[in-house]
Design a protein around this ligand. Structure first.
Ligand SMILES: [Zn+2]
Ligand SMILES: [Zn+2]
Length: 130
């Protein structure tokens, strides 16, 4: 392979990667509510085609979708999970990661948690945090 075709190949891969990253951003924007934290660094990301979902492991950087299995490069689901993870914080009750804006802050009157701890909505309900 000549030097210029190596450079071309590299450029082509960079463009492809950026396109997948953009699709990941769009996926996060449109379906972010359906992206769920499982445990550790594992997330469930909805499939764009049909009703299924894929397991993304951010530690291993793997996804169960055919695109990833085919190319073994970060797919849009991985990019969407990276975004979801960056915009989430852990619930002080169950430890699940939840989008920051869906967490409720604990007030000073609560005796189970520290003030300013944040809870996901099921935990907030079960601990009487309004
Ligand atoms: Zn994927
Ligand atoms: Zn919780």
């Amino acid at each position: 392979m000549s030097e210029s075709s190596v450079a071309q190949e590299r450029q082509r891969r960079r463009v492809e990667r950026m396109a997948r990253e953009r699709r990941g951003i769009v996926l996060y924007r449109e379906r972010g509510k359906e992206i769920e934290h499982v445990e550790g660094r594992i997330w469930v990301v909805p499939s764009c085609s049909g009703g299924g979902a894929y397991l993304v492991d951010l530690r291993a950087e793997t996804c169960g979708c055919p695109d990833f299995e085919h190319r073994e490069e970060n797919c849009k689901h991985i990019y969407a999970a990276v975004l979801a993870s960056a915009k989430s914080a852990s619930c002080a009750g169950c430890g699940k990661k939840v989008r920051r804006r869906e967490l409720r802050e604990v007030g000073p009157e609560n005796l189970t948690f520290f003030e300013d701890d944040a809870l996901c909505s099921p935990c907030a309900v079960s601990h009487g945090v309004a």
